[in-house]
Design a protein around this ligand. Structure first.
Ligand SMILES: [Zn+2]
Length: 467
């Protein structure tokens, strides 16, 4: 089934144009004034059409813990997350649905889910997320979060051997799990891709990274990881390798145009050209970095060095929403305070391009996604410019990024299929989803995390904080 979107506003190089846009099957087939109407006709007057954004880094199951973890830094926050993690695949399914719906309703048509696996039910976790993404119809990049070193090794160990919690899976078993997931679910044409995604150098062995590189070469998989999110991770990398984590990833061969790296807050100056030369992508998660006090990622420097940057919401327990427009707003204006030269600042149009084409580039799919181009995939979002939050009509992209738009997504297409129409999700029953989330709600007003208690003194000493 095709669509003709009539008289719709699209951005041009400097301004806007009013055109008709035609979609056929999974593609954009024509963009021109006054095309002959074919397929379903959509009135595009008072609407803005943009390429869909990529929510380039999140962890869907954190939705169950959103709003609950107190304001503490990543390492202590992670301890709380581990102690209160969802344990049923059905929860994974529901939070993946919720993440997809919130992403779609804030302009995203793709999501990279660095999904936390339930210990002992790893394969079931992946299957549950894939089921949700197939049902809702978002373009999903499912990146099972893997590690083969125990939690306590994520902090500098100073020659000691912190108590090891039981290893759930060996390096080999972990790689087998990913291979099985690829064989079962990896189908980019149908909108589901499996990624290799070691959590980061702080908790992964070289063998795990090397195994992931082999898998990604064998099956053409995209690569993902966290990179130097916190000061502690920077210290740990120095201790572990004797040099920076970026140098080590380059040495292993993990970097490249199919590699996206979340956070990148604590890189050295010398690391930046390595990301640029290898064509690796930085995924900026501004709200998470603020909430966890991780720091300000030097995004302006990355952009000046030619490093591709995309936006992510990060998981809902460190943000605590999946509003991509909010992440784009904060993530583009946050850096104005780091550089008096306003010529380096990120304009609303540049922010939109980072979120769409930048996101596509990070998945090595810029030839397929991320712009309004004839022949590209029809992953598009139509915004209602008559919504109160976008009035009066001034510069539509300026207000979309700098304002506080809510409920402005009128239509969204993924692979040419309308997954949102008239402002409502067409593929899944959102009322049922809300009821399920409500029924399974648990109130965590008072909770004590044993893991946090076990590491807090060590954390404070590493960070030179009074005990
Ligand atoms: Zn993350």
């Amino acid at each position: 089934m095709g669509y003709t979107i009539q008289s719709v506003l699209i951005p041009t190089e400097q301004s806007y144009a009013t055109v008709d846009v035609q979609l056929e099957d999974d593609r954009i087939v024509a963009i021109a004034p006054q095309l002959e109407a074919r397929g379903v006709v959509i009135d595009g007057r008072n609407k803005l059409l943009l390429p869909g954004f990529v929510n380039a880094h999140t962890h869907s199951s954190e939705m169950w813990q959103r709003g609950v973890i107190p304001p503490v830094p990543l390492e202590l926050w992670l301890a709380e997350l581990y102690d209160f993690t969802p344990l049923e695949p059905e929860q994974i399914y529901l939070s993946a649905l919720g993440t997809a719906v919130e992403t779609l309703l804030s302009g995203g048509t793709s999501v990279v889910d660095h999904i936390v696996l339930i210990p002992g039910q790893e394969a079931e976790t992946i299957a549950a997320a894939v089921r949700a993404y197939r049902e809702v119809g978002i373009r999903a990049f499912v990146a099972p979060l893997i590690q083969d070193e125990p939690f306590a090794y994520g902090l500098p160990i100073n020659g000691s051997s912190p108590a090891m919690e039981a290893q759930v899976l060996s390096t080999e078993a972990t790689l087998d799990l990913i291979r099985d997931a690829v064989n079962q679910f990896h189908n980019p044409d149908a909108g589901i891709s499996i990624l290799v995604a070691p959590t980061g150098t702080h908790l992964c062995s070289d063998a795990l990274f090397e195994g992931c590189i082999e898998l990604s070469e064998q099956y053409q998989l995209r690569r993902h990881a966290h990179l130097l999110e916190t000061k502690v991770q920077q210290l740990r990398a120095q201790e572990k390798y004797g040099y920076s984590a970026v140098t080590h990833l380059k040495y292993l061969g993990y970097l490249g145009p199919s590699t996206s790296l979340a956070h990148c807050v604590w890189l050295d100056e010398a690391d930046i050209p390595i990301l640029a030369e290898t064509g690796s992508t930085v995924v900026h998660n501004p709200l998470s970095n603020l909430r966890l006090g991780s720091g300000l990622a030097p995004i302006l420097k990355y952009r000046q060095a030619g490093v591709n940057v995309a936006f992510g919401c990060d998981g809902s327990a460190s943000n605590d929403s999946q509003d991509l427009l909010e992440a784009i707003k904060i993530g583009s204006m946050l850096h104005n305070v780091t550089d008096f030269d306003y010529r380096h600042w990120i304009s609303p149009r540049a922010a939109v391009e980072m979120a769409s084409l930048g996101g596509a580039t990070g998945l090595n799919l810029a030839d397929q996604l991320g712009s309004l181009t004839v022949g590209k995939k029809a992953d598009l979002v139509l915004y209602d410019l008559t919504h109160l939050s976008l009035l009066p009509r001034t510069d539509p992209i300026g207000l979309l990024v700098l304002g506080r738009p809510t409920q402005v997504v009128y239509y969204a297409w993924v692979n040419g299929k309308a997954v949102i129409a008239d402002g409502a999700v067409t593929t899944v029953n959102v009322a049922d989803l809300k009821q399920e989330l409500w029924n399974r709600s648990q109130w965590f007003i008072e909770h004590q995390s044993p893991l946090r208690a076990a590491i807090e003194a060590r954390y404070r000493s590493i960070m030179d904080l009074p005990l």
